[in-house]
Design a protein around this ligand. Structure first.
Ligand code: WT7
Length: 645
């Protein structure tokens, strides 16, 4: 089959599946429904609409505050909204400190397994102690309130410890996903102007060692700013250590300066907690800024509603702490709730495709939260792998990152959940901080729909001029009221914050998500995908501009344009079109791919590279990716009146 015909088939099959799924109501079992934290979604939703501020204040009362707020929501400088104004807090107070006076002191906060099979566990007491010690280390390096600390490593406990230690001091963490490479890391260090970088010698991934320290060294050299590098010894392979700049984590943690006696800083509720870079429509990645007060309320509340974590549960969010999913639902949410989280370092299919199922059995995990791409990837290996394991501990399943196709949903539900576990499809974004559209385990599900907005969240599907779309009409997904976990700004670029999210429906004060969606006859939402130049590859969010910039940094490439095309497992993959510099020899596809891997990381590597003599552009010189995509998929090119000829 030609590539074009194959893609056509994928599209048609997807469409047909979704139409069927709209009429397929799947109810959680009566036992799950009656024991759920939220048993009456409709009533709670209504309550939140009637008294939004009182509603969020009630949720906030479940947390500890050094000083209560004077005002729940301050809209005076919108869209720069402020939540819990006047309150004093620190998310670490809620995530760690308060548990130390309860029975949770001895409860496991974190169970961790490395790819080679080594394991570590931390009680709340032990985790709090490590965090305090590392906070003292950071302080001795001069880190204080508001300073940015960049963290770049694999899925190891020190990543969590470093985040919490930074927050404890009132400093701001910027975690860069360990799969990113030199340029991506250098850009992020530079934008955040971090003086301290916390990294590791390496990480294990599919049996290989990822040389994190080498990448970190190159990035530090390119970006400037970094004065101290702390290196966790994970793999033990030989790495260069620059004297006076680089220190081993374990050496520092054994010094008397690593004192566990350090107070958690008392902060204003709107004090910045972290920056997390994400891709947008144009240019460089945006530093999405979140703050202590509203964020902690949003993540803790929504995690309790949706994943209904019981005190005795073992919960596994298989994302990477380097993404928002990990920040909100591996680190902060579960710790605030005093839950036991499981974390695994490696890939799902290494050394065999049984790995995840083995982990669920071995640790008797109750909740699994992952991405559609992982489910589709594991589905390919067939049912016999999960069937060899006892998965009866599972009670709830979750998915995030992109729309889940009904076929993968049903497989997840039938084979992994054994028909017993409802699937929580959670729609949200780096910008939203936490879940926005998601079911609670007492409502009916539809395979492929994230169902309806959570209480306190008001979303709609609207036309370009802001009219609510009718049932089954595609439109723009917007959020119509502020919510506590919302981003506060784009770091060092408030204009971009206003322009990107709030300018389209300025007069109405709506937040533009960048997604298109549709509501069905029952009010269930079906997210279709991005309307901007963001491509979701295996659930990872990539901007066309970032990948193109990595491509043109290759010495033979003058210009590049990338598009996303449908893929069975990854949702989309990248195709790149490149114009060569005059007089150079055509590089091989592999050579260009290796270059992108080195600059950006494996997730950004195009699956196909085509060298072309020209690119379709508007007369003003903008590349028309839409036209490239239509051509690649063999579809009509649409309105090309602005195309340069
Ligand atoms: C974009 C945000 C939020 C954590 C991971 C992604 C897409 C996310 C879903 C879902 C359909 C989804 C959207 C959104 N997306 N979850 N359940 N169904 N689409 O965060 O990297 O900031 O990406 O991911 O397109 O805008 P992110």
């Amino acid at each position: 089959m030609t590539e074009r015909a194959e893609i056509d088939n994928i599209d048609k099959a997807r469409e047909a599946e979704i139409l069927k799924a709209e009429h397929e109501l799947v109810w959680p079992s009566p036992e799950i429904r009656t024991n759920a934290w939220v048993t009456d979604y409709e009533a709670l939703y209504k309550q939140s609409l009637d008294h939004p501020e009182r509603f969020w204040a009630e949720q906030a009362l479940a947390l500890d505050w050094y000083k209560p707020w004077d005002k729940v929501l301050d809209e005076s400088e919108k869209p720069f909204y402020k939540w819990f104004v006047g309150a004093h807090t620190n998310i670490v107070q809620n995530a760690l400190d308060r548990h130390l006076h309860t029975h949770r002191r001895n409860k496991l906060a974190l169970i961790w397994e490395g790819e080679p099979g080594d394991t570590r566990t931390f009680s709340y007491h032990a985790l709090a102690r490590e965090v305090a010690k590392f906070a003292s280390v950071l302080r001795s390096m001069g880190v204080k309130r508001g300073d940015r600390v960049t963290i770049y490593m694999g899925r190891v406990p020190e990543l969590v410890i470093a985040m919490l230690a930074t927050a404890k001091l009132g400093a701001v963490h910027s975690v860069v996903y360990g799969g990113f490479s030199t340029e991506a890391l250098a850009d992020r260090i530079e934008d955040a102007q971090s003086r301290v970088l916390v990294t590791a010698d390496g990480g294990y991934m599919r049996g290989k060692i990822v040389n994190l320290k080498q990448t970190a060294d190159e990035a530090v050299q390119r970006s400037g700013y970094v004065e101290h590098v702390v290196v966790v010894k994970r793999t033990g392979h030989a790495v260069a250590m620059e004297s006076g700049r680089d220190y081993w984590w374990h050496d520092l943690m054994n010094l008397p300066i690593a004192s566990p006696r350090i107070e958690t800083e008392i902060l204003d509720a709107e004090h910045p907690l972290f920056i997390l870079y994400t891709s947008g429509t144009t240019g460089r990645p945006k530093g999405i800024l979140h703050t202590h007060g509203g964020y902690q309320v949003h993540v803790a509340t929504t995690l309790r509603w949706v994943f209904d974590i019981k005190d005795e549960d073992r919960y596994w969010c298989a994302a990477d702490p380097g993404w928002i999913t990990g920040h909100s639902y591996i680190v902060y949410g579960p710790l605030i709730l005093g839950a036991t989280s499981f974390m695994y370092e490696g890939a799902p299919n290494f050394p065999y495709p049984n790995r995840w199922w083995q982990l669920i059995e071995r640790y008797s995990l109750n909740i699994l939260y992952t991405a559609p791409t992982a489910i589709r990837g594991l589905m390919r290996f067939g049912e016999s792998w999960p069937q060899r394991y006892d998965l009866s501990s599972l009670r709830l399943l979750g998915t995030v990152g992109e729309p889940i196709n009904p076929e993968a949903w049903r497989w997840y539900h039938r084979v992994i959940g054994q028909g017993r576990c409802p699937i929580m499809d959670t729609w949200w974004q780096t910008e939203t901080g936490g879940f926005m559209i998601a079911p609670v385990p007492s409502v009916a599900l539809k395979p492929g729909s994230a169902t309806r907005p959570l209480p306190g969240i008001v979303v709609d599907v609207v036309t370009e001029d802001g009219k609510s779309c009718g049932p089954n009409e595609d439109g723009l997904l917007v959020v119509k009221r502020p919510w506590p976990g919302m981003l506060r700004t784009v770091y060092r670029d408030p204009d971009r914050f206003v322009e990107q999210y709030w300018s389209k429906f300025k007069d109405r004060g709506w937040y533009l998500t960048g997604d298109s969606a549709r509501k069905d006859d029952d009010g269930y939402l079906w997210v279709i995908g991005r309307i901007d130049d963001v491509i979701k590859v295996a659930g990872y969010r990539l901007g066309t501009a970032e990948v193109e910039s990595a491509l043109v940094s290759h010495q033979a490439i003058a210009e590049a344009a990338v598009i996303g095309v449908p893929d069975d497992v990854k949702g989309s993959v990248i195709h790149a079109f490149c114009i060569l510099r005059a007089g150079v020899q055509t590089p091989t596809e592999d050579d260009v791919k290796a270059h992108v891997r080195k600059e950006m990381g494996a997730i950004a590597v195009p699956s196909k590279i085509t060298f072309v003599p020209s690119l379709p552009k508007t007369r003003s010189g903008k590349i028309m990716r839409r036209v490239l995509k239509a051509r690649a998929l063999g579809q009509p090119e649409g309105d090309v009146s602005t195309l340069e000829t």
